[in-house]
Design a protein around this ligand. Structure first.
Ligand SMILES: Cc1ncc(COP(=O)(O)O)c(C=O)c1O
Length: 448
């Protein structure tokens, strides 16, 4: 979280830690059986680092806003730690999570099939709810086929590592999601990180080194999850085709969000979806379910059915999750006004934030707009102050974003009203005034 701190601060924190009593009650005697001591994970260097960060927070009296108990989630509202708030920390971009059609579809699926899919598809066999969902996804993309897996993260890891290996090159954007980086690591392919959205860099690099590799894969996000901006897909499609590379677009945050009818970035920029080899998406964001998908050619999907480890060696997507995602796609296509409302809300929030002089980073004003604060601890304090005023927006701090790029991430949804957005901006402005006047972390600790 906070990696770049002075020796003086480290010493202070270590001293503080050693002066405190451990918060965990360790039983003095083993309750049963012979006494064999397990490894003490609190001795791991990374764990010590985490403990120091917590100690710093405790010292200056700051509650970390993560893992707070929430309840009564209902569209734009949520109860966090007992307090009713406006919700700006949910991926439920179109408000489908509590929609009766989606809930009923999941409930009917449970009645018919039970809660679990009970086996992988390879051995447990195909069920009609998988085919139904996959046909809908393929049809939304106007491609030949699609495949649904149990997790969006596992989809990226499994699919990238199934398609590339040690003789290959994978180019990834510097702001790409962790699941993509993990997939590349597992594949053993050479990994090249290009400056965010710098298409000319890709072009120049491939002109230089394309010949050294067998397969080349470029992976981008349709809507960047921490920054809310988009890649120049038209240019990228031209570049990848000139250099004989494959293009994979992670539409976790853009499917259901971008484009007039929510079909994603290809619809937004007007390119033929078939010019992108691999469309990846999650069922967990706008589709209000859980799981991941790949859409593309019939041969790609056929290959992945046998080669993607997270599909072959993992349980199938369960019936309620598949049915919920199917119902969400039906709603998405039947009611494009939700996508329109989301786009309007996103633009309104961005414009209002800019008018108030807030730092919105690279945001293009879709479902994601960060308010960049810089210092991690200030971002945490800002989130806590917002919560006190009834706004739930979480801080994103190092290492999820680069050091000194900590931010509050606002997920704007179709369920927010104008007055919700106005209240959020007004509260943000007040909170930022307070936060900007605060001393930095080192000074706070010295004063504590
Ligand atoms: C860009 C991106 N890709 C993949 C994932 C993983 O998806 P899931 O949460 O559905 O596993 C996420 C999750 O937030 C994401 O933001």
């Amino acid at each position: 979280m906070i990696s770049d701190r002075s020796n003086e601060m480290d010493a202070l924190l270590i001293q503080l830690r050693s002066n405190r009593e451990s918060r965990v009650d360790t039983p003095s005697k083993a309750q049963n059986g012979p006494s064999v001591k397990g490894f003490d994970f609190s001795t791991l260097p990374d764990y010590r680092q985490m403990s120091m960060q917590r100690a710093a927070g405790d010292l200056i009296g700051i509650d970390l806003p993560f893992f707070r108990v929430t309840s009564q989630e209902d569209g734009a509202q949520i109860t966090v730690a007992g307090k009713r708030c406006l919700q700006f920390a949910s991926y439920d971009y179109l408000g489908f999570n509590q929609h009766p059609d989606v809930r009923n579809a999941a409930e009917r699926a449970v009645q018919e099939w039970g809660v679990s899919a009970t086996a992988s598809r390879l051995v447990g066999g195909e069920r009609p709810f998988h085919a139904k969902l996959e046909q809908k996804i393929a049809s939304a993309y106007s491609v030949e086929d699609a495949l649904a897996l149990v997790s969006g993260h596992a989809t990226n890891v499994s699919v990238i590592s199934a398609l590339t290996g040690p003789k290959d090159l994978v180019l990834i954007d510097s702001l790409i999601h962790n699941s993509v980086s993990e997939g590349v690591r597992l594949s053993g392919a050479t990994r090249l990180v290009f400056p965010h959205n710098d298409m000319s860099w890709i072009d120049r690099k491939l002109a230089e080194i394309r010949g050294q590799y067998s397969r080349v894969l470029i992976v981008v996000e349709g809507l960047y999850s921490m920054d809310g901006d988009t890649p120049d897909l038209v240019k990228l499609a031209e570049i990848k085709s000139r250099h004989d590379a494959w293009l994979m677009v992670d539409e976790a945050h853009s499917f259901g969000v971008l484009g007039k009818t929510g079909r994603g970035i290809s619809e937004a920029v007007g390119i033929d979806p078939r010019s992108v080899e691999i469309w990846m998406g999650t069922l967990s964001k706008a589709l209000a379910s859980s799981g991941g998908f790949i859409a593309g050619s019939a041969a790609l999907i056929d290959y992945l059915r046998f080669k993607a480890a997270g599909f072959v060696f993992s349980v199938a997507l369960s019936a309620p999750l598949a049915a919920a995602a199917s119902a969400s796609i039906d709603l998405l296509l039947a009611e494009p006004e939700r996508v329109k409302k989301l786009a309007e809300n996103g633009q309104y929030f961005l414009k209002s934030a800019k008018q108030q002089g807030l730092n919105v980073g690279l945001s293009e004003g879709s479902a994601i707009t960060p308010i960049v604060i810089g210092d991690s601890m200030r971002a945490i304090i800002a989130a806590n102050l917002l919560l006190e005023s009834g706004i739930n927006a979480l801080p994103i701090i190092f290492p999820a974003v680069p050091e000194k790029q900590a931010r509050l991430r606002f997920f704007v949804t179709a369920t927010h009203s104008r007055s919700d957005l106005d209240y959020a901006i007004k509260t943000l402005v007040d909170v930022m005034k307070k936060v900007e006047m605060m001393p930095d972390l080192a000074t706070m600790i010295r004063q504590a």
